[in-house]
Design a protein around this ligand. Structure first.
Ligand code: SAH
Length: 207
């Protein structure tokens, strides 16, 4: 297992601990070297609290936001999680330390391939990367205990509600327009999601 390096530790101390208290989330971040997910030429910014471009017009979110969304999912070790928007794979790698299995869907084949390679190199063996349109979910591994959207949307895709288990939680950046996204946390009761709205954020759009 990868040892947390001093820059990662300093990042967690400075940008994550002020808002995220869950020790398991902090430990999962310690096990996940963010520089491994950033383009080589941006390596020196990996441990700043900034979003980073990963090519194809996409970005990895800032670590404080990744941590906050992970904490909001309230993962249990037995959970099967669905992530829409694999991107670099950073968020999925963190989830993989907190859940039984992570299914993550990425629209851009190049990004999906690079993420698969990173998971192999880091020996994250409980992650399945699917190349395709995440709005349709991935029915063959459903139902999911938790679903996380890491791209902004104006509504939560219907197919994903169907694939969430009764009582399951979702975390997603949603807004009336893509310029006014909020981190929304939802729980499914009797087939319907009840939402609570959180902080305002900027995200690349779900396509
Ligand atoms: N979670 C990622 C960052 C996500 S950026 C990380 O930790 O690095 C948002 C990602 O969502 C982008 O990679 C984008 O290509 C992807 N995306 C956008 N629309 C999508 C869709 N309909 N299905 C699957 N992935 C999508």
């Amino acid at each position: 297992m990868y040892q947390s390096d001093p820059s990662n530790e300093a990042m967690i101390e400075r940008y994550v601990k002020p808002t995220v208290r869950d020790r398991r989330v902090l430990d999962a971040m310690r096990k996940t070297p963010r520089h491994f997910f950033a383009p080589t030429h941006l390596g020196r910014y990996s441990y700043h609290d900034e979003a980073l471009p990963i090519g194809h017009g996409q970005t990895i979110s800032q670590p404080s936001l990744v941590a906050m969304m992970t904490e909001a999912l309230q993962l249990r070790e037995s959970d099967i999680v669905l992530e829409i928007g694999t991107g670099s794979g950073y968020q999925a790698a963190i989830l993989s330390h907190l859940a039984r299995h992570v299914v993550t869907i990425e629209l851009i084949p190049d990004l999906a391939d690079s993420a698969r390679k990173r998971f192999r190199d880091l020996q994250c063996s409980n992650i399945t990367v699917i190349t395709g349109d995440g709005r349709k979910g991935y029915p063959s591994r459903a139902p999911y205990d938790r679903i996380i959207l890491t791209a902004g949307a104006t509504s939560f895709p219907e197919a994903l509600i169907v694939q969430l288990i009764e009582g399951g939680r979702v975390v997603a950046p949603i807004g009336e327009t893509l310029d006014h996204l909020q981190i929304c946390v939802g729980k499914k009761y009797r087939g319907v999601i009840r939402w609570e709205r959180g902080i305002h954020v900027a995200f690349v759009p779900l396509r």
